[in-house]
Design a protein around this ligand. Structure first.
Ligand code: OOG
Ligand code: MG
Length: 261
């Protein structure tokens, strides 16, 4: 894909999001689209958002569960970026009429106390650098028809990022086993999905280590103070107007929001 087409594609995805409409997946017209080209489109999309005055809260990992990776036949998770205008206050609401076909998933986020720079970053190094943990509800809203895409498509679409509800920050306990922490996702008081931290590539810290190593190929690092979403612990569940959504992360607490029409 040439530079002009990369920019046009980023603009198309940007408009799909702002105008709340589905678009055909890019790989329909460009079946040869590579992962590198897809990240180049994502970078253009991010530039458009920054140009708009929006700012980055931090990176997110996606497709971190072994099951999801296998299903999509990928060796590596993907990343995208969370922006300021995606943040919804804990206990607040999202509006269905601002979104296309949103789904929700429960996650664990890290707040870094120090920079992490790859390559060769390990889980242990990440755990050393993490200052705080946050229970998170992430709303994903693919801009593609029927929420259907291939790996390069979803990378270009900023990993389906749409809304993020952050719970209270908790100072990282020294002996806390994040891989054993139980996580549940509830809608209207009913448990819809459950998992443990281990669902995220064995341990959420592995996910952040992979992210640091992927970013190091672009000479980028994870900066102190940034919030990193480590990827869905639970499966994603389709949202309906009127839903009351909450997640509970053992040892960290609750996070919730509701869905308005
Ligand atoms: C891609 C984004 C996935 C996660 O945590 O796995 C994601 C998608 O499934 O639409 O955010
Ligand atoms: Mg996610």
């Amino acid at each position: 894909m040439n530079t002009a087409a990369l920019k046009d594609t980023a603009r198309l995805l940007y408009l799909a999001e702002t105008e709340k409409r589905e678009v055909e997946r890019i790989t329909k017209d460009y079946p040869e689209l590579t992962v590198e080209e897809a990240y180049a489109i994502q970078e253009e999309l991010i530039q458009l958002k920054l140009w708009d005055g929006n700012s980055i809260i931090g990176p997110k990992m996606g497709l971190t569960s072994r099951a999801k990776m296998k299903q999509m036949n990928v060796e590596e998770p993907i990343y995208g970026y969370i922006f300021e205008d995606m943040i919804v206050p804990n206990g607040g609401s999202i509006r269905m009429n601002e979104l296309i076909h949103p789904k929700v998933e429960a996650e664990i986020a890290f707040v870094l106390g120090e920079d992490i720079e790859g390559p060769g970053v390990t889980k242990e190094q990440v755990l050393e650098a993490v200052a705080e943990l946050i229970p998170v509800l992430e709303v994903i809203d693919s801009r593609y028809e029927n929420f259907s895409f291939t790996l390069p498509d979803v990378i270009a679409d900023n990993a389906s990022s749409s809304r993020v509800v952050l719970g209270e920050k908790v100072k990282k306990p020294d002996d806390f086993k994040l891989d054993e922490a139980r996580v549940s996702l509830m809608i209207n008081g009913e448990v819809k999905e459950r998992g443990t931290g281990a669902a995220v590539v064995g341990h959420p810290a592995n996910s952040a280590a992979m992210l640091a190593n992927m970013l190091s190929r672009k000479k980028q690092k994870l900066a102190a103070g940034s919030i990193i979403l480590t990827g869905g612990v639970t499966g994603a569940v389709m949202l309906q107007p009127g839903d009351r959504v909450s997640a509970q992360v053992e040892g960290l607490g609750d996070v919730s929001f509701s869905v308005k029409p």
